[in-house]
Write a protein that binds this ligand. Structure first.
Ligand SMILES: *Cc1c(COP(=O)(O)O)cnc(C)c1O
Length: 396
């Protein structure tokens, strides 16, 4: 018989979430996740995907993936360390190292899984990790899994980082100390202060780990935040995802040869979970080749980002302090923010509301992710809808 305890637990908690308006209903997308999407038979301008460069639906990637299915099949067949390492995975890792300007790279099945893998392969219970308070959930979980002492650092507060680093070193309690940060913080679109972080790391001999999930393909003409600041030789872990700007699926760490060699023998998802499919591997390699050959898509992304920002700002919206094309539109209260997003949807714009507990209470925002694939007409239409809904709700 099924567990009554479980049944009660699930029913009570789901009911509670629904009553508090915190139960997230999922909207399946019917067809590709492009600049326009179809949900429930309705076509909407899509301002919510991480497909920054439009590569998720790019014909060159699709063609490469189809060929890989013919030449290599649909699955890798094993974990990387048995015989699931195909030539296509090696090609991808070589390309990643070249792209990131490092000696070597290792790829994983996702960015989330990469953070779970890489942090705990190096850090343990005798270590400490200085972690920005706004770091991504996968960083937080990866740190927890390692059992290292987690020391929360105020967001992008370099004085706080320095004093906590100093305290950790002087305590003499830890074998190794790491500083870990998002390269781009995806809720506000702000960039980490990497030059100062690296300076502090050098002063205290900290291990440096940058998760560039939202920076790679976007910042620094596509090369990411670390390369943008010229810090390839000073950041130990350049972690990234193949699932956002790259448009496919997967995660990776780029770094020195000895680090990558260690991760290949010690990171558990690499040893115990099957490798990404041939089509995924080749499509990611193709995407990186495209980014290395030309900055056209990256330029288009920024042009569109700036266009949307200008348009919303001119209307009188508060769009925060983003350093990237990510464009938050600050609304404030939780229910107002959700209502705003719902009205956008009804008017043909898909932009998700982000509220407490993802962001602090009272700082609810609708987050817009313009991409290189949007046309000016789509952005104009979205801006017109924002104007209509903003006026209707008395925000303008
Ligand atoms: C999205 C994201 C991840 C996870 O990447 P996936 O490839 O989607 O699993 C990790 N870190 C950050 C900062 C992210 O934004």
């Amino acid at each position: 018989m099924a567990s009554k305890t479980l049944d009660t637990f699930l029913n009570e908690n789901i009911k509670d979430l629904k009553e508090r308006g915190l139960y997230n209903e999922i909207d399946p997308v019917q067809g590709p996740n492009g600049p326009k999407i179809k949900i429930d038979g309705k076509t909407l301008i899509n301002l919510s995907s991480n497909n920054y460069l439009g590569l998720a639906t790019d014909d060159r990637l699709k063609e490469a993936a189809k060929q890989a299915v013919d030449s290599h099949g649909v699955g890798a067949g094993a974990v990387r360390t048995i015989n699931g390492t195909l030539d296509l995975h090696i090609d991808l890792e070589k390309k990643l190292a070249e792209f990131k300007g490092t000696e070597a790279a290792i790829s994983y099945q996702s960015g989330f899984n990469c953070n779970m893998a890489a942090i705990s392969a190096v850090m343990d219970k005798n270590d400490a990790i200085l972690s920005d308070e706004l770091n991504h959930a996968s960083i937080i979980d990866g740190c927890r899994l390692s059992k290292a002492k987690i020391i929360r650092v105020n967001h992008s507060d370099m004085e706080d980082l320095r004093s906590k680093a100093k305290e950790a070193v002087e305590s003499g309690q830890y074998n190794k100390i790491m500083v870990i940060t998002d390269g781009v913080f995806s809720m506000d679109g702000d960039v980490a202060k990497l030059p100062e972080i690296v300076e502090i790391a050098e002063e205290f001999d900290l291990i440096t780990y940058v998760d560039d999930a939202h920076g790679s393909g976007v910042f620094g003409k596509g090369a990411g935040t670390v390369k943008h600041f010229g810090l390839q030789d000073k950041v130990d872990f350049q972690m990234g995802t193949l699932s956002k700007a790259i448009g496919v699926i997967g995660g990776y760490v780029a770094g020195k040869e000895n680090l990558i060699d260690w991760l290949k023998v010690r990171s558990r998802p690499f040893l115990f979970s099957t490798a990404v499919s041939p089509a995924d591997a080749i499509a990611s390699t193709k995407a990186i080749e495209i980014l290395m050959e030309s900055t056209d898509l990256n330029e288009k992304l920024w042009e569109n980002g700036n266009y949307l920002k200008e348009g919303l700002k001119k209307l009188g919206f508060d769009i925060g302090n983003s350093d990237t094309p990510i464009t938050p539109c600050m609304i404030g209260g939780e229910s107002d923010t959700q209502k705003f997003s719902k009205r956008l949807y009804e008017e043909g714009v898909y932009a998700k509301s982000i509220v407490f507990p993802t962001v602090p209470r009272g700082t609810g925002r609708v987050r817009n992710m313009p991409s290189a694939a949007h046309t000016k007409e789509m952005l104009d239409e979205a801006i017109a809808v924002y104007e209509k809904v903003g006026k209707e709700m008395g925000l303008l």
